[in-house]
Design a protein. Structure first.
Length: 91
C-alpha cells in the first residue's frame, strides 16, 4: 500500500471565534486531520488507499460550532465532517 499524502495549505476558522478558542482549536484540527488521513488510507474498499495525492481547492465544514469542536467529541466530529465533505468533493 502506498502512502496517502494529505497537504493542507490553510486552515481558516471563522464565525468570530475568540483568540483563546482559536488556540484551543489548533490541537483539535491537527488531531482531526490525523484521524482523517488514517480513515482515508483504510477507506471503503480501499477507495483512497492507492490515491497517492488528493487535491481539492477548498474543503469547507460549517456545521460545527467552536463549542462543539473543543468539546469531548470534537476531534471525531470534525474528522467525520471532513471525511463527508471530501467524499462529496471527489465524487
Amino acid at each position: 500500500m502506498r502512502t496517502l499524502e494529505l497537504l493542507v495549505d490553510e486552515v481558516r476558522i471563522e464565525a468570530g471565534a475568540t483568540p483563546e478558542a482559536v488556540a484551543a482549536l489548533g490541537p483539535v484540527v491537527q488531531a482531526a486531520f490525523e484521524v482523517l488521513a488514517e480513515r482515508l488510507s483504510r477507506g471503503p474498499h480501499g477507495r483512497f488507499s492507492d490515491a497517492g495525492r488528493l487535491e481539492l481547492e477548498a474543503l469547507s465544514v460549517s456545521t460545527l460550532s467552536v463549542e462543539e469542536l473543543v468539546g469531548p467529541r470534537g476531534v471525531e466530529r470534525l474528522a467525520d465532517a471532513l471525511y463527508e465533505a471530501l467524499l462529496q468533493g471527489v465524487s
